[in-house]
Ligand binder design. Structure first.
Ligand SMILES: Cc1cc2nc3c(=O)[nH]c(=O)nc-3n(C[C@H](O)[C@H](O)[C@H](O)COP(=O)(O)OP(=O)(O)OC[C@H]3O[C@@H](n4cnc5c(N)ncnc54)[C@H](O)[C@@H]3O)c2cc1C
Length: 393
């Protein structure tokens, strides 16, 4: 594959924030060639985090979600246009209307779609604005919501639903929800926060059966409990959207497998939730479903397209909001261990995790400002990471 440099032609598949940020980064770095963006949704790029929070609560409207990148010059946006196939040797992708789009560089930015459990009753999922609109319409005061899956997204919706006067039960397979993501202390604090707000938590169990009842369901759990629901939200993770790439012969391991430059094959790049890239600092493949990663990885991909390949080895960063509490996580958190805690005013604290004396991660509880120095320290440590190459197969 040829045609690197500022005037190369680029096709971006996926008009989410990762695709849009790549386009923006390309133009900012002086790329002048033609760019085509193909997006399955009919709307331009928008922010998804508020869909579980302010937008779902009704505090924000659709106009505040939109990303301004759709205004960029010389970029052809084909919205409502899914890509259905590609020929990497001939360097084109084909959209659902049968049109081919040629490229020197292809950027795979197709994100992920909610995983489904095939439950025997109707459920909703939350990924898009239209999903959020459907869920919002059903979250009326006094309604009973059952959330299947107690990850960040499921519990964020639980918090928002409580603020809307909805009765909420969360069903989670793990007996220690969040422990692997937050460490034991913050996980315990977050569950206690939800209990204090009246969320019923059924942890260490799963849905084994159920049936539709009216618009809702009656749900049977493995622990013998039965739940009545007016609305059921399935929130059990998301899987990368790569079916359109199947014929391309690229490796997919729950994400398009890429090297440390986010390149899956010469001239084929992956960014955002769809990418499983070699993290040369952690010496393993990772896929990060975080908003911050979408922008940071986009900058790395844009630089690569312009011939300035730098290894992409970020310190992962994610935030999650529950009621009036923002939790931030950076780096790697020890699965169930306890770190070192610094307490601050108004119940805020930062917990840091160390390995062999070195800082490896941190969690902040209502401590946005105080967390900045921890993030800076993690970034400084990251500069000393060894540059481990991916295994050769
Ligand atoms: C409800 C919700 C709340 C979240 N909250 C947080 C948060 O608080 N903090 C945080 O750090 N992260 C959060 N995230 C995660 C963050 O939003 C994602 O990591 C980010 O949106 C990933 O961007 P992306 O562009 O890779 O994927 P997406 O945003 O999924 O965009 C991919 C786009 O590609 C399109 N597409 C798929 N297949 C095709 C095809 N064949 N042809 C053309 N287009 C296609 C899709 O329709 C989609 O529009 C949240 C996510 C959700 C869903």
């Amino acid at each position: 594959m040829t045609g690197g440099g500022v005037d190369s032609s680029v096709v971006v598949v996926g008009a989410g924030v990762a695709g849009a940020s790549t386009v923006q980064a390309l133009r900012r770095r002086g790329h002048t060639g033609p760019i085509v963006v193909l997006g399955a949704e009919s709307t331009g790029p928008y922010e998804r985090p508020p869909l579980a929070k302010g937008y779902l609560r009704g505090d924000e409207d659709a106009s505040t979600l939109a990303s301004p990148t759709s205004q960029l010059e010389g970029v052809a946006w084909h919205l409502g246009s899914s890509v259905i196939g590609t020929d990497l040797d001939a360097q084109w992708v084909m959209d659902e209307h049968g049109d081919r789009h040629s490229f020197d560089h292809l950027v795979v930015a197709t994100g992920a779609t909610p995983r489904r459990l095939n439950l025997p009753f109707g459920t909703l999922t939350l990924r898009t604005v239209s999903d959020a609109n459907e869920l919002k319409a059903r979250l009326t005061p006094g309604a009973q919501l059952v959330v299947v899956g107690g990850g960040f997204l499921g519990f964020e919706v639980a918090a928002t639903a409580r603020q809307l006067g909805v009765e909420v039960t969360v069903v989670e397979l793990s007996s220690q929800p969040f422990a692997d993501r937050l460490g034991a202390r913050a996980a315990g604090a977050l569950l206690a926060l939800h209990c204090a707000h009246g969320v019923r938590i059924e942890a260490g169990t799963r849905v084994i059966d159920g049936e539709r009842r009216g618009d809702g369901a009656v749900i049977e759990l493995a622990n013998g409990e039965t739940l009545d629901a007016d609305v059921v939200l399935e929130s059990v993770g998301a899987v990368p959207d790569l079916s359109w790439l199947t014929s391309a012969g690229l490796e997919q391991e729950s994400g398009l497998l890429c090297n440390q430059y986010c390149e899956a094959a010469p001239g084929v790049w992956a960014v955002g939730d769809a990418a499983r890239f070699w993290h040369s600092g952690y010496a393993r493949y990772v896929r990060l479903e975080h908003r911050t990663n979408a922008s940071e990885q986009a900058a790395a991909v844009a630089a690569g397209i312009l011939g300035k390949r730098n290894r992409y080895a970020p310190v992962p960063f994610v935030w999650t909001d529950h009621y009036d509490t923002r939790i931030q996580i950076a780096g790697a958190i020890a699965a169930v261990g306890l770190g070192v805690v610094d307490h601050h005013d108004n119940g805020a604290w930062v917990e840091t995790f160390h390995q062999s004396g070195d800082l490896v991660g941190g969690v902040a509880w209502r401590a946005i400002k105080e967390f900045q120095s921890c993030r800076r320290d993690l970034l400084a440590r990251a500069r000393e990471w060894p540059d481990v190459d991916p295994p050769t197969s």
